[in-house]
Design a protein around this ligand. Sequence first.
Ligand code: ATP
Length: 354
Amino acid sequence: MAEITLDHIRHAYGPAKSRDDYALKELNHVWSDGGAYALLGPSGCGKTTLLNIISGLLTPSEGRILFGGKDVTGLPPEARNIAQVFQFPVVYDTMSVAENLAFPLKNRGVPAAEIKARVARVLDMLRLTAIADKKAAGLTADNKQKISLGRGMVRDDVAAILFDEPLTVIDPHLKWELRAGLKRLHREFGHTMVYVTHDQTEALTFADKVVVMYAGEVVQVGTPEELFLTPTHTFVGYFIGSPGMNVLPVTLEGTTARVGGEEVALPAAFAAPAGARVELGVRPEFVTLGAEGLAFTTTRVDDVGREKIVHGTIAGRDVAAILPEGAEVPAEPRARFRLDRINLYADDWRLAPA
Ligand code: ATP
């Protein structure tokens, strides 16, 4: 396995006159050996471009990519020692499930006893043992994709395994089970894994570190908890969570933020650069509705069973609050924000307390 270093990576598909012409703007990251990383972001943010640069299908316009300190920027895919799992299954129909898994190891001359042991582990972790001897041809799409995942994971000589939205064809109820299987395999085999998805649940449950991409940039690399509690960019706050973080324009006065004509006490003093657009971010989970706080006009209540999502406005801006199951929505509510869960943003980037 190897550490992956992205060194000043930029990529433009056509002539690049300005920063906006780059599909990837400037990536500088070191992803650790044995780490499970999810690349998460909306359609068009550059996930596939980055994955192709890592696999070698694409050479970046600028910058270098290193595996374990070795520059591989100019190397073709076959010289990079990378395993890839795609959206749709790639299996040998005439082989059994176990033979499919053994194939990449046989090809590399791995001793038979080791092949047997590794294949058995992968079959077990992906819950394929019961159908190990069945031919792949007659299997469901779910099981075929499990074989593809297993074929990626069975090798121990790869620099990294890249997954490109591998659970697209999988039945939603099976996804949890498969992600758990991937996690078990990762814990046991310690591969460096890069997993592309636009599904936040998939990213958060798969990865130790989630790399959030937006418009050709990496806006945050963090644990699921960090992305939830301290989004470094308003986009992360909006993209992670359902509904996403509320964002309200404010003016700062020391430890107070002014929202419309009202005041919110802040956990600390914040200073924003002169002229910056300042916003307060608070997740719906940390908004309570009661008799005190900011005037809140309810527009809609979504009762989703385990909780109520109350949509409304504060000073003309949309704000959502999540109330626990059984809680009543007050008739003329006022909204309070949990003090230690407020983040402040200047021109979309999170401010540290002054
Ligand atoms: P998706 O989730 O839809 O696959 P993505 O996050 O993987 O999106 P990319 O496919 O990497 O995003 O695309 C990033 C940007 O580069 C987009 O603006 C896209 O239109 C552009 N792009 C991607 N491939 C090409 C190409 N072959 N030629 C020109 N532009 C491209």
